[in-house]
Design a protein around this ligand. Structure first.
Ligand code: SF4
Length: 460
């Protein structure tokens, strides 16, 4: 590639793909033109812009072939675990067993966006009594019922207790439709009482030892079910090896995030970083390949930073983004408005932190699970956002609300107040629906305003 990289249309990405093929460049078996996914219904790709690299092409193809991968796994006799809600814990256990893979049916959250509402999943959920009062995760219900997306898992697990009302209600509705679920309890993480035995969790929160012990016993119950499914032992050795592999992914992501969110000019677009971070939670159904994909991205970012190249002009406003966006296009929009990503909290920061390797493995996993930012007080979550925004040098914070999400109504205000008080940064809250097009003018105005505010503050 010559010249500075930029964001490409899908047509330009497919030219890049054809060049790769013509040059005989090494490509993964699932690589190929992105437009074939549009033919399968992924119409949102037509309205996105992508990073100008073979590494990004591979990332997108890896993401967009996940359902094929799951169906191939089913055909090959691999056991499939549908892990719901914990975002990053049970998959570490599942991938520690032979011939078992795990994925989050919750990922159907993005199907209304990627297929531009053409799959009818939200309507199907509505017909089952789960309407617009719920967040887009209700699409998962439709995907289970119409069986047109992922294969029905051999085992379904779901954390319950400190779970948002949306997910709790939808998972119960799922079970009532005849999909048995192994529920496991996640207590609401509380601050230890004075003198109460406590531990510091990965990522820095603290929790009473008694809560860690409860989560550990629950995970042991999940582990027993996984062993039965796999017909294989999940002992400390196997789990420790699984944790080391998960940490490889987390360590690659830590390097990627550090460079992508701090290098000037910005070496990787926000959209690709969002997708890359998502690989942490269940490895996009292929743990080894997710390592290869992330290595490719990291090489690309290192090369660009060494060459002083970026995908955006120097000086873009440095924005820390809170919550995943229901429409991926919002990530492009941030950059169109003069911003760049400079740190994120996409609801799963516990899936990015290294899992301790110097503890009994189930204890380590229990501590990591309890570090989930969504199972404790919003003030804890805000504290983590403040700390990370400081580390990455953010100049503004965007809290993107998720339509219908039960945790969003007040949480954004709590986070905004703490960020303003502790960091004196401008904060904007905005809502991103699964397809933002009708709201583009409003969103654009608000994102431009935050970018302009940042630039003005630099000059004061
Ligand atoms: S309400 Fe929030 S945490 Fe719950 S399923 Fe929806 S997006 Fe996820």
């Amino acid at each position: 590639m010559s010249g500075s990289p930029k964001r490409l249309s899908i047509q330009e990405m497919d030219l890049l793909c054809r060049r790769q093929e013509a040059e005989g460049a090494p490509m993964a078996a699932y690589d190929g033109p992105l437009q074939r996914h549009v033919a399968d219904g992924d119409r949102r790709l037509l309205h996105l812009e992508f990073d100008d690299s073979a590494a990004a092409l591979r990332l997108w193809n890896f993401l967009l072939t996940e359902e094929d991968r799951l169906h191939q796994a089913r055909a090959a006799g691999t056991k499939i675990v549908g892990t719901m809600k914990d975002l990053g814990t049970v998959p570490v256990m599942a991938y520690s067993l032979p011939d078992v893979i795990a994925f989050y049916p919750d990922g159907a959250w993005w199907t209304p966006c990627v297929m531009e509402l053409s799959a009818g999943l939200l309507g199907l959920a509505q017909s089952l009594g789960v309407g617009e009062a719920f967040c887009p995760v209700r699409a998962m219900l439709g995907a289970f019922v119409n069986r047109a997306h992922f294969p029905i898992p051999d085992l379904l697990t779901c954390s319950v207790g400190a779970t948002c009302d949306d997910f709790s209600a939808i998972a119960q509705r799922l079970e009532s439709l005849g999909f048995p679920i192994l529920w496991w309890e996640m207590p609401h993480r509380r601050r230890p009482d004075p003198g109460e035995p406590a531990v510091v969790l990965p990522g820095g929160f603290t929790a009473p030892e008694s809560q860690v012990a409860l989560v550990r016993s629950e995970l042991e119950r999940v582990g027993a079910a996984l062993q039965t499914l796999a017909g294989a032992r999940l002992g400390d050795g196997e789990l420790a090896a699984g944790i080391r592999e998960a940490n490889r992914v987390r360590s690659l992501l830590a390097d990627l995030r550090r460079l992508a969110y701090t290098a000037e000019p910005c070496p990787m677009p926000a959209l690709e970083m969002l997708i890359a971070e998502m690989l942490a939670i269940h490895f996009c159904s292929d743990r080894a390949e997710s390592v290869a994909v992330l290595n490719g991205l990291l090489d690309e970012i290192k090369r660009r930073t060494d060459d002083g190249q970026g995908v955006l002009p120097k000086g873009a406003a440095r924005v820390f983004w809170v919550n995943p966006v229901a429409d991926l296009r919002a990530m492009n929009l941030l950059e169109d408005c003069g911003g760049r990503l400079c740190g994120t909290e996409f609801l799963f920061s516990h899936a990015l932190d290294p899992i301790p390797e110097d503890l009994p493995p189930m204890e380590a996993l229990a501590r990591m699970a309890l570090a989930d930012p969504m199972v404790g007080p919003s003030a804890d979550r805000a504290g983590r956002i403040v700390r990370d925004a400081r580390v990455f040098g953010a100049e503004a914070v965007v809290v993107s609300r998720i339509p219908g999400a039960s945790h969003c109504a007040l949480e954004g205000a709590v986070i905004a107040e703490i960020v303003r008080t502790e960091l004196d940064l401008p904060v904007v809250e905005l809502e991103v629906p699964p397809v933002v097009d009708p709201m583009l003018p409003t969103l654009r105005t608000r994102l431009e305003a935050i970018a302009e505010t940042v630039l003005k503050r630099r000059n004061v």
